[in-house]
Design a protein around this ligand. Structure first.
Ligand code: F6R
Length: 358
């Protein structure tokens, strides 16, 4: 039930710190990761991982790719299920497939899974729904433990998918006996991420004020970032589009100058993510470029990379997992923009929770 909430979307956004803590409880015992050893053994044999998903789950996969490549040192491709099923790329010799699906029922993902099953490659499904089609048809399943997600716009399943991929990447790194140059204290970092998320949901009035200040009369919003910030930009744009119906685009910050900057007009809101030290200065440069063309910049930064004037600042986390925090204010931004426009936030027009047609 919605309890005291007016909408499932806001309830599910607020649940994210608790979901993250629950995932840690479910996947750790005595500080050790609990994942089927057969799954890890088979994953460790793979020469490449293919993550297949749609929509928000695809965006979670983009973050998962970075995590798996950095922590487990294995090449990863992220594929749109609707493309992959009918245009199989040249596969590696020993591929391993990970399907990401909140519902476990998405037809595009199922179609791709059937193709892969025919080829007898190993399949793991990450899903929120035990016994869903994609769970039943895979060799292995990892559950998201996010609790039922009722609002059409996916929120807590996205962060749950990232969290489970962090844990999986770490477990695979251990299985392969890698000694990372920058170890990730997964359990501690997920705890810190839950705290950061809590502070962000507690500051929701500030996000509502930003929506009133910057989004009231705007018909187009851009989101830019690099690395995981780029992945978050894509998801932030999708969230805003689907519930507020405002035209939104997510871009790699460095690509703006290669064309998109032509679209920047007086007052166009540009939300920029500063999530990593390596590229912070470059993205700051991109922000200056759009501001000098009249854009209104809204900057989301991790404290250590923040500057005076940044509108949304969250606590320091390991850069590899801070997408978990950065997306939360964006979900709230979409929610309040939808509310302002009088939209049905839980049941946006033209959308269904589970897309069962190809
Ligand atoms: C976005 C959204 C959709 C789903 C997509 C995949 O908020 O809800 O983009 O993410 O249809 O659904 P699942 O994850 O159930 O396969």
């Amino acid at each position: 039930s919605k309890g005291t909430y007016d909408s499932y979307m806001l309830k599910e956004i607020d649940e994210q710190p608790a979901v993250l803590r629950r995932i840690v409880q479910k996947y750790f015992s005595d500080d050790r990761i609990q994942i089927d050893s057969e799954l890890l053994h088979e994953l460790a044999q793979a020469d490449r991982i293919y993550i297949v998903a749609a929509g928000t789950s695809y965006h979670a996969g983009l973050v998962g790719k970075n995590l798996l490549e950095q922590l487990a040192q294995i090449p990863v491709e992220v594929e749109l299920a609707s493309e992959f099923g009918y245009h199989l790329p040249q596969l590696s010799k020993h591929p391993f497939f990970i399907f990401l699906s909140q519902s476990g029922e998405t037809a595009d993902s199922r179609q791709a899974l059937v193709q892969i099953k025919d080829l007898h490659y190993p399949i793991l499904t990450l899903t929120n729904v035990p016994n869903s089609t994609l769970a039943r048809e895979a060799d292995y399943t990892l559950l998201l433990h996010a609790g039922p997600e009722i609002a059409v716009a996916s929120t807590k399943a996205y962060t749950a998918q990232i969290a489970v991929q962090v844990i999986l990447a770490q477990a695979l790194s251990q299985e392969k006996e890698l000694t990372p140059s920058k170890p990730l204290a997964v359990q501690q970092q997920l705890g810190l991420a839950a705290n950061a998320m809590q502070s962000l949901v507690d500051a929701k009035e500030e996000i509502q004020a930003l929506v009133q200040k910057y989004f009231s009369k705007q018909e187009t919003v851009f989101f830019i970032g690099r690395g995981n910030g780029y992945a978050v930009a894509l998801e932030a744009a999708l969230k805003l589009k689907e519930v507020s119906y405002i035209h939104a685009e997510g871009f790699a910050a460095g690509e703006l100058k290669h064309g998109t900057i032509a679209l920047i007009e007086e007052q166009t809101p540009v939300v920029a993510f500063i999530l990593e030290g390596q590229t912070a200065a470059h993205t700051r440069g991109n922000i200056r470029e759009v501001v000098s063309r009249g854009a209104q910049a809204i900057v989301v930064s991790q404290r250590q990379f923040s500057q005076k004037g940044d509108q949304i600042i969250f606590a320091n986390l390991d850069e590899r997992i801070n997408a978990l925090a950065a997306i939360v204010p964006m979900q709230l931004l979409a929610y309040y923009a939808a509310l302002e426009r009088g939209n049905d936030v839980d049941q946006p027009r033209n959308l269904a929770k589970s897309v069962t047609v190809e």
